[in-house]
Structures are given as C-alpha cells and as structure tokens.
Design a protein around this ligand. Structure first.
Ligand SMILES: [Zn+2]
Length: 562
C-alpha cells in the first residue's frame, strides 16, 4: 500500500491514536488474550511459507531496483511455474521489463530562501524543508515571485477553483495538500493527488511549487519521518527517450515544508499559517500573491533502473472468450532498507520487511492461482497473474502493465487486486473497496455468498483506498477493478479485527516491524484466496464483460481508448 499524502488518512489515524486502549504501565509486553489456535492446514501452511520467504530479512525489504526485489521476482516466477501457469511476460518469459528512472536527493546545495521586505530567511534543510525529487535535472536553482493557491484544486463541475483571479506565469506556487471536505470521497481523492495538482500548476505556467504541510498532514505522518528518510529514493517510469514520465519538467523546482516552518513561508503575507490551516479545514481557503520572492535550489542524483513485473497466464477454456483477460495483481515490492527503528527488544532494525505489505497479498495471489489452475474446466476467459514492481514508488509497475500490457490492451476486462490485507484477528467478513463503481458488485455478492463470507462497509471511506493501490492504474486505463480488504467483525468474539487494524496502522505500517512474526490469520488469508479465485471464475464465465455503472465518476473520467 502506497502512502498517499493527501487525504484524511492521517486525521483518521490520529483519531485512532487518541482512542487507543490505555496502557497499563506495569505491563511491558501486551499479552494476547488466551485464544486456542488450530494448527495450520496444508493450504494455510503454503501461504505462510510464501510470506515467510518474501518477508525474510535476506530479501532486504524487496525495494524496486535492489537485489532483494530481484530475488523475490525469481521466486514469484518459480511459484507460477510450479503451479503450472504459462509464462506471459516478454519473449516467452515470466518477466516483463519495466524501465524506471531513480532519483536520490543530495544534501549539498539544497536551499529554500524567502526574500521579502529586505530580509532573507533561509529554511533549514531536513529540519524545515526537503526538496522534492527532481527527475529532470541534476541541479536546479530558481528565484521567482510567489503565489499561494490554496489546495491547488480546479474542479469546475463542483464550482471550485483555487486559481481564480491568480496569475501563476513565471511564479512559484505555494499550496496545501488535499481537497475540500465538501467533495464526495471519489472526487476528493482524485483532486488530492499531487500528480493532478502539479499538472494544474504546470498548465498555468508556474515554474516551481512548494507544498506546505498542515498539522493534519503531520498528525499521522510526522515531519521527522520524512526528514529521517530524506535519502530514500523515488522513481518514475522512463520513456523511450530516457526521460521520466509524468514529471512536469515545466516545474523546475518543487519542495516540501514542515507545518512548523509554515509561518516562514507566509511571513508578511495577509494571513498567518494558523488562519490558513483553519480555513483549509473549513473549506474557506482563498489564494493570494505573497510579497517578495523565493529561491529554490537542489541537487539530485538521477539514474536509470530496470525492474520487472512477473506475469503468468491461465488460458481460458472457451475458444472465443479466451482472447479476453482478467488481470490478478499484487505488488511484490516494498520499501527496502531505511532509517533504523528499535524493535521490541531495543535492537535497531533497518529492514522494512513488508510482511503484510505486501508479501501476504502476493502469497494470496499464488494461492488463488493454484485454486484456479486446479479447477476444471478452466474459466472461459483467460486469467493473468501479475506480481507487480514499484507500487511503493507510485503504482509504477501497474501503470506500465496497464499501458503496455503483454497481451492486447483492449483484451483486459477486469482487475482483481490484492494489497496489504490486514488479517491480524480472525474475522467473519471482508471489506470490498470501490465495488459501488461497477457491475463487479453483483459478482462479488454471489461469490461471497458461496464462500460463506459476509461483506462489510468500508470503515474508512474517506481514505479512498480505491485510488491508493495498483488497481488505480487499471481504473485510469478504464478497466473496472475489485479490491478486497480484511474484515472488521470478530470471528471468535475475543480478537477484534478493527483494533488489530488500528494497531497495525499505528505501529507497523511502513515500519521495520511489519514482519512475518505478526499473528497473521492464515485461515482468513486462505478464504480471501478462495473468494478472489471465485470472483475470477464468475467474471471469466459471465456472458458479458464487467461495466462501469452509468454516470460513475471514474468510469466517465477515464474513458477507455477504443
Ligand atoms: Zn506500502
């Protein structure tokens, strides 16, 4: 699961922190409630074995472009071969090449200075600002006048324009993350994406951008976490000319500023940061020109990287329909080695293993593939199984596959994605994400009934998980998608899946402690594999392809090229 710097995610998590269970200071270890656990079945053991391998320290957190990821990719190909699936990558192999560009910050030369009313205020690198990764130039240095553009949202259909009356030509735009709370969740998520914001700024002639964090942004993702990981690289897809895709070269400098330093950016302006933060929450934010100029400079190391998606196929059993494909996906990469964090024994751990995120999703993908391969006859339509690279770098492996599929693009009819199922307390249910957008809803209802699992509403709809994992790359290509999260209703009345989810997000998400030693409910994992397999079977055999619902926001926004 990728971090998404824009929504109420952080506010929700902060709320979780506030109502967390009180800690008994006498307890050093939080003992789990005594619950009898049955030994794992053979099927569950197979899933646990896959998780154990992929989340082992020796795979070093499976970061895209590292040896650890490449080992994981070899493992995925081996598992697909063992299951009996055909290779469906490049040139008869299980691998699809994904060309990437990697950017890493250099500390030297980084500067962000406010020049205003005869004074110069230099913000402190790491402590107060971080240059965004520059995929277009090894060094940049600009000075330009400054305009505050609110959240940088242009949504005429919703009567909202943060740019009204503001001239951005040749200017540096200062903006906040997010989108107005009055927007429905889907539109809010779409307009919160920094990619959409940067596009709007570039189109209006801005030459730079400064994202100022709000306290809400930092409630769940403190500035110190970004600062500690300032050396962490980022990636973009690389085009045939060797250039980064979706990098907006018109914006020559982009930086992030901590909430604590916001007043330096707004100094001598019409409103202090606190007033603007409040206005952002109230939906009354208005942009304005700021006096003086900003200078921005940074150096970046830019290098080409090759990574690979792992692609396998189960041929459909119907002569005509076998030409159509349902794509199962789960991202194989995680975030690698980062800033060390002390584990429960006080020992520094720098390997971000990603057991739930997303060794577990990949292992469930293998199991779903195994179930489908064993079912006779095979579904009428063909099935693709893709272990994706570079999800954590911005859904890049998925975007490459959705735009350069190894089968004809129009033959892709549905995506079934598995990412970070938080299965840490046995549940009776699953939470379908984004299912209200397409006819896949009725398919899921049938499959869930057959498998005997309840469907629960999304406990955090405002987080719009639908746009935060690989399925969004398929949605952007016009392909309906289904994505199932772990359940919320306790199976044993003792262990609470909701509490377990909150605890995971608070303590383990994107931390070194997301490890295979967590109490994963493998029975639930097996059930999820069966459910995902059954969905594929039903879609594979259905008379018609899945369709977006009439008038659906995503269905209309991302029209499929004919
Ligand atoms: Zn993640």
């Amino acid at each position: 699961m990728a971090r998404f710097a824009a929504l109420l995610l952080f506010a929700t998590l902060a709320a979780c922190q506030r109502d967390a269970e009180p800690v008994d200071p006498g307890l050093t270890v939080s003992a789990p409630p005594p619950v009898a656990t049955a030994p794992l079945t053979a099927d569950e053991q197979r899933i646990a074995g896959d998780v154990g391998f992929l989340a082992d320290d020796r795979l070093e957190g499976r970061e895209t472009g590292t040896r650890g990821y490449d080992l994981a990719a070899e493992y995925a190909a081996k598992r697909f071969r063992e299951i009996g699936l055909q290779p469906a990558g490049d040139n008869g192999t299980y691998f699809q090449r994904v060309p990437l560009l990697k950017a890493t910050r250099e500390a030297e030369g980084a500067a962000l200075t406010v020049k205003r009313n005869g004074r110069e205020i230099a913000l402190r690198f790491r402590e107060q600002f971080l240059p965004a990764l520059d995929f277009n130039a090894n060094a940049h240095a600009i000075e330009a006048p400054v305009v505050f553009v609110g959240q940088g949202v242009h949504a005429p259909a919703l009567n909202h324009d943060d740019f009204a009356g503001l001239d951005l030509r040749g200017k540096i735009a200062v903006l906040f993350s997010g989108a107005p709370a009055r927007f429905d969740n889907d539109r809010r998520a779409f307009h919160s994406a920094s990619r959409e914001k940067l596009r709007e700024l570039a189109e209006r002639g801005a030459v730079g951008a400064v994202f100022v964090n709000t306290p809400q942004d930092e409630a769940g993702s403190p500035w110190s976490r970004s600062a500690d990981n300032w050396q962490r690289s980022g990636m973009r897809l690389r085009d045939a000319d060797g250039k980064g895709m979706n990098t907006f070269p018109e914006l020559r400098a982009v930086a992030n500023v901590s909430a604590a330093a916001a007043d330096l950016i707004f100094a001598d302006g019409p409103q202090p940061a606190a007033t603007l933060f409040k206005a952002a929450q109230d939906g009354t934010l208005k942009g304005f020109a700021l006096p003086g100029t900003l200078t921005m400079a940074a150096r970046t190391k830019i290098e080409p990287v090759e990574s690979r998606n792992v692609v396998a196929k189960l041929m459909g059993s119907d002569a005509a329909l076998a030409a159509e494909h349902i794509v199962y996906t789960a991202h194989l990469d995680h975030i690698g080695i980062g800033a060390p964090v002390k584990d429960d024994n006080g020992v520094d751990d720098a390997i971000y293993n990603g057991a739930l995120d997303n060794a577990l999703g990949v292992s469930i993908l293998f199991e779903a593939a195994r179930i489908l391969h064993a079912s006779k006859p095979a579904p009428k339509r063909s099935l693709l199984f893709v272990a994706l690279t570079a999800e954590e770098k911005g859904l890049l492996g998925a975007e490459w596959f959705a735009s350069h599929p190894t089968v004809p693009a129009p033959s892709l009819i549905a995506n079934i994605n598995m990412d970070m199922p938080v299965l840490l307390a046995p549940s009776k249910d699953v939470v379908p994400i984004g299912i209200e957008h397409s006819t896949l809803k009725s398919v899921l209802a049938i499959a869930a009934k057959e498998i005997g699992v309840d469907l629960s509403p999304d406990p955090f709809p405002e987080e719009v998980v639908f746009v935060r994992s690989d399925q969004y790359a398929f949605i952007r290509a016009g392909i309906p998608a289904v994505y199932l999260n772990g359940g919320t209703v306790s199976a044993d009345g003792v262990r609470d899946p909701n509490m377990a989810l909150r605890k995971f997000m608070r303590e383990h998400y994107h931390q070194p402690s997301d490890e295979a030693t967590l109490p994963i409910a493998y029975g639930d994992a097996l059930r999820l594999a069966k459910l995902n397999a059954r969905i594929g079977q039903l879609v594979g055999d259905a008379a018609e392809r899945p369709r977006w619902n009439p008038g659906d926001f995503f269905g209309e926004k991302f029209v499929r090229p004919k």
